[in-house]
Design a protein around this ligand. Sequence first.
Ligand code: GLN
Length: 290
Amino acid sequence: MPQNVPHTVGTLVRQAAAQLADSPTPMPTPMLDARTLFLHASGLSHADLIAGDAGPVGEEVAAQFQMLISRRREGVPVAHLVRTQEFYGRPFVVSADVLIPRPDTEMLVEAALAVMTEDAVILDLGTGSGCLLATLLAERLSATGRGVDQSASALAIARQNVDILGVGERAALIEGDFAAAPAGPYTGPYDVIVSNPPYIEDDADLPTSVKNYEPALALFAGPDGLDAYRALAPLLARWLKPEGSAFLEIGTGQGAPVSRLMIAAMPDRAVSVSKDLAGHERMVTIGPVH
Ligand code: GLN
């Protein structure tokens, strides 16, 4: 484009979306990505973007936007470029040290909130960005909880998130494997245990923007993807209150094997599998028998 013709917002965003659609690894949501990155580069709001489609774009914003689009074309996740991802209606800080919160995981929030009292005591195993724990604490104002993660750098992100959401004083964040959960404040037994553990088979082929940019620790769980559930089952048996419930995210096809592991460890509890909106098995619930 000649120097003296100013870019308009609309043309720039549409050109960028076309570049993303035409990447070495085509991006599944090019227009959404381009809009999100333009908002980040320009500091405009969503409403400004819609109203200002024909407006001019300064050279500095255009250059910044083009840099973001190039990085996205290499496969860098949008959430890393804008350093934030919305989850259950709230913004979460993210980095390469944590799994980017996924909309699928909001299903665990809905299910946990349905059984949580105002002052529930929560345990989040493999808390990562803290999106599950922080959301539950933000939704139940007298609840307290503990998040456990093996990664100190993930916990630093979780700490930022609980503090930003104003729930930091009700959250204890503990470094260690799942078995590190009992010591310190908000000791169990727990009313609610949530976990989005790693559940991908070690040799599974993942999209570039997941495989190259998200932490392996949060994704892979042994040759059959079930190692984390094997570790979780006896801990849930020990730490869940008799009337408490646990909600575990699972991958497609894991409903039966994960249920078997949970029933073997907790034969006196009810275990069920739920599907997400796309019709995939997404959650195993362990609760009291009524
Ligand atoms: N749902 C994530 C993915 O498909 C995996 C998350 C996990 O292993 N907990 O990439």
